[in-house]
Design a protein around this ligand. Sequence first.
Ligand code: ASP
Length: 413
Amino acid sequence: MANTKKSLMGLPMQMLIGLVLGVVVGMFVTADFAATWFKPLGDLFIRLIRMVVVPLVFATLVAGAAGISDVSKLGRVAVKTLLFFMGTSALSVAAGLIVANFIEPGVGVTLSTEGLKAANVKAPSFISTLLNIVPINPMESFAKASILQIIFFAIMFGFSLNWLGEKGKPVYEFFDIVGKLMIRMTSVVMKFAPIGVFGLMASVVAQFGLAILLPLMKLILASFIATSLLVIIVYIPWVKFGIGIPLGTYFRGIFEPWLIAFTTCSSAAAMAANLLASRKLGASKAIASFAVPLGNTINMNGTAVYMGVTAVFAAQIYGIDLSITDQVIVVLTGVLAAIGTAGVPGAGLIMSTLVFTQIGLPLEVVALIAGVDRILDMIRTSINVVGDSTTSLAVSKMEGELGKEPFDPDNPE
Ligand code: ASP
């Protein structure tokens, strides 16, 4: 017991120390040195946490779905989860638009975009995106870590298992135990987090000097303010009054996935820690194992903010006025672009071209933003994961399940 308590108290602090040390050391070493010696530590950490994701999500979701005997409950949970995802995503793009209109990050930016090559991205059609959720071969989905397909298969698997009744019990128990085992493995892997965070921060700080950041400082500032505004206006009241969790408990609870997302710029990398954090904060097993992986792929509130901010930034660079209609289009396509963004570094930058195309902005601006995108990515990814755990808590609360399944990742029950 004492051991458990120590690690729960210690890890966030150790990660914070890793972060601060990484920033300090990064200021004194060259980018090459950091890339050779520190970045591999970060990469090792990312590999470790990504290693646990597929079996963790599959096993917990199968056991979760098999544990729901009432099919209509899954429908209810799914609808509420999706509504929260869509609602918060739309609010996020709007926050980005409003703040950027106010701060005007693109006004006065004299950087030439001449000679910069635009990324050429084609958005997949809506129908094919939906069709793609159904795997042709689940083994391929596992191999490629296609989370939406894995979620679909796991839910079908879990329900079928439930309908098998007594006969299916050994299989249910098997996945239940595998889920607990993967939770335990995740918490072991997380012990390496402070070193991984150190490596990632040292290499980012060594790579980005002030000279690179300064010209686009207003863009970074606008992203930061818009994201903070979203937290203050939407998340804080939602958590405090809507869900009813004390803010201190909540922020301490989400600190680990938040920091992993911030340093790795990958929500996929933060997913396992996020699942554990959501359950520690009181989300039920079935709801957390559905909402967190699903949100990890489709609910990207930070990326949605970024869509709003960069659209205004790009328009200002080219001296184009965005009409109200344009801004509504930005909200709609921004939500879609955020849904389609993969949980890996830099994915949002590529997807922003979807929004730019819709309102007729030249795509060359993407190359301009790319110079500072790592910094913007840290801001947006950290909020991407917070949205998922908060939704799992809110839906658990609405289902009367918040805090009903006490959870300790070092002793998963
Ligand atoms: N890096 C983000 C994530 O993993 C996606 C993005 O680039 O917006 O959530």
